[in-house]
Design a protein around this ligand. Structure first.
Ligand code: FE2
Ligand code: FE2
Length: 262
């Protein structure tokens, strides 16, 4: 990218350079101004390779142009942002697959909890499913922003167990994401300085911490779960039982972005 910009920038710089004096026209007389013939080259006269091919200043000028173009080509990629690593794109695709499946799985666990007569736990599973769906989408968006391609996700077959078993399995999954998967992915994204990846991974990591906690509380109180509402931030998937006063503590967007889970 930097090379392309450099190739574009230098001719523009030359075109902007003023005619200093009329000089030998050679074979490139493109215009006349003020009754004087001007070389078609838009550059200081001494830089004209047609009229002054052996001029010492011309040679120096061309060397300066070459060195400057080379330096710009080297520097611009750093200014524009380093290319993200394949590992970050691979990690985001793994997370995209994982969140897609989690959203699907929790939806089915919610149906099972409702069938068992546990409306409160069913609501919690629906809240977590909504949250994971947001992470699925933010991961996909980040992949695109970083120039990658989100692979088509494949949903695993889900055979729900009892609600107690489903809660235990969910705690296991959330704990792995909280303690291992997302911290590892975040470290790679930070090493890449890939802002889009860092943002979506931090969103997911913050929410998984809450999910693990809420699932554990639900399991500890199974059968006597207190009534509670769940709210999910539509930007980052943060899942809470009480709305923040003004802003989401994860993404810092307005509390208006939260949706109450039915
Ligand atoms: Fe989660
Ligand atoms: Fe948020």
């Amino acid at each position: 990218m930097g090379c392309l910009v450099a190739v574009w920038v230098m001719p523009v710089a030359l075109r902007q350079a003023p005619y200093r004096v009329p000089h030998k026209t050679g074979s490139l007389v493109l215009r006349s101004a003020g009754g004087k013939l001007w070389c078609g080259h838009v550059a200081p006269w001494w830089s004209c390779p047609i009229s002054y091919p052996n001029n010492a200043m011309n040679k120096s000028f061309q060397q300066v142009v070459s060195v400057t173009a080379f330096a710009v080509a080297l520097v611009l990629p750093g200014v524009a942002g380093a290319k993200v690593s394949e590992q970050t794109l691979k990690n985001l695709n793994t997370a995209f697959q994982g969140e897609s499946n989690a959203a699907n799985r929790y939806g089915k666990f919610a149906v099972k909890a409702a069938a068992e007569g546990n409306a409160q736990v069913a609501k919690l599973f629906r809240a977590a499913a909504a949250s994971e769906a947001i992470h699925r989408d933010t991961h996909k968006k980040a992949i695109a922003e970083l120039g990658g391609t989100a692979k088509e996700f494949e949903l695993d077959a889900v055979t729900p167990g009892t609600t107690a078993e489903n809660l235990k399995a969910s705690i296991k999954g959330e704990t792995y994401e909280r303690d291992t998967m997302y911290p590892d992915f975040l470290a790679v994204a930070k090493a890449d300085d890939a802002a889009a990846a860092i943002r979506t991974i931090e969103f997911a990591l913050a929410a998984e911490k809450e999910h693990a906690k809420l699932y554990q509380e639900a399991l500890d109180n199974l059968g006597k779960n207190a009534k509670a509402d769940y709210f999910v931030c539509g930007v980052c998937g943060m899942t809470v039982t009480e709305l923040p006063a003004k802003k989401c503590r994860s993404c810092r967007q307005s509390v208006d972005k939260y949706n109450k889970i039915a």
